[in-house]
Design a protein around this ligand. Structure first.
Ligand SMILES: [Mn+2]
Length: 314
């Protein structure tokens, strides 16, 4: 076991926050994600680096009502309630100097999580960089989305496009600026969503880019200009990964990154030493095979915290 001495900002310890809900998703099962990650050994995997790991348990919130969309949104009151609770929990851990890991849950929870991170950055004068690993741009709006599932809208909400109750959760609208975020692995974007992503000027490293230029080059650009005053947040949607290695998600899209490409992403992030918060979302144990997708997620998180194959010179 070798660990880079400064591969993350977790000196104050790591806090696991389970958020067992799928109110923002189209299929049921992501509510079981936090338990599957625990069973796969997430706490032990991080503790092996000598870090203090506190499992805060699961947050509680409303059940999934299984209703159709109302005015373009499915389950908006429930999504607001879960995200408000998550925001408060994340913000408390960040304020205590800890590195929070949000165990989702579907990706609508990125709204509460990243709103809290952005608020913490405003408090502390830090620059924010969000790396959004996903097969989808998650930049839908009520008028664009065919389904109304809010897990397709968190990036739009964070950038100030969405229902007032969601966009103002972190106390500042918009929570983040489009230039704070980099999207990696994108390969499925709805027609209207394409235009909005383009017009907002979000920097996207889609699979075409990764195929042509390589993951190393994409990650070098995604991590460019990160300095000692940067808070680096990683939002890892498990559907980022190719479904052949990660079948346990509700919205698989073929043609995703390989195991090695995903590991390289995590290792390059570890090399920056700036990781300060993390989301792991959309893991759906009901669709998984013998928990292998959860185990892969834990394997990637080990790399994110600095596990490397060989000792490397600084
Ligand atoms: Mn997503």
């Amino acid at each position: 076991m070798t660990s880079h001495p400064s591969s993350h900002r977790a000196a104050g310890g790591v806090s696991l926050i389970g958020v067992p809900t799928d109110v923002g998703a189209g299929s049921l099962g992501a509510r079981m994600g936090p338990e599957a990650l625990r069973v796969a050994g997430i706490a032990q995997a991080i503790a092996q680096f000598g870090l203090d790991v506190k499992d805060c348990g699961n947050l509680s919130g409303p059940a999934n009502p299984g209703q159709p969309a109302v005015n373009g949104f499915r389950h908006l009151p429930e999504v607001v309630q879960w995200n408000q609770t998550l925001h408060d929990a994340m913000y408390a851990e960040l304020s205590a100097g800890r590195l929070p890991i949000m165990l989702g849950g579907d990706h609508c929870l990125g709204i509460g999580s990243i709103s809290a991170v952005a608020r913490h950055c405003r408090d502390t004068g830090k620059k924010l960089r969000v790396l959004w690993f996903d097969a989808h741009a998650d930049f839908n709006t009520a008028t664009l989305t065919p389904s109304g599932n809010i897990h397709g809208m968190p990036v739009a909400c964070l950038c100030g496009h969405g229902p007032q109750e969601l966009i103002e959760i972190g106390g500042h609208v918009p929570a983040i600026k489009p230039k704070d975020i980099r999207q990696i692995g994108i390969r499925s974007v709805d027609e209207g969503e394409k235009r909005l992503v383009h017009d907002m000027g979000i920097e996207v490293f889609d699979m075409r880019y990764i195929d042509e230029m390589g993951m190393r080059h994409a990650m070098e650009l995604a991590l460019a200009l990160i300095d000692s005053n940067t808070h680096l947040h990683v939002s890892l949607d498990v559907d980022f990964l190719d479904p052949t290695i990660a079948p346990g998600v509700g919205t698989t899209v073929r043609g995703g990154p390989t195991y090695r490409e995903a590991q390289l992403c995590m290792e390059m992030i570890a090399d920056t030493g700036r990781l300060a918060s993390l989301d792991v979302v959309e893991l759906n144990p009901a669709l998984d095979e013998r928990n292998r997708t959860a185990e892969l997620a834990v394997d990637l998180i080990e790399s994110l915290f600095g596990k490397s194959t060989l000792m490397r010179k600084a």
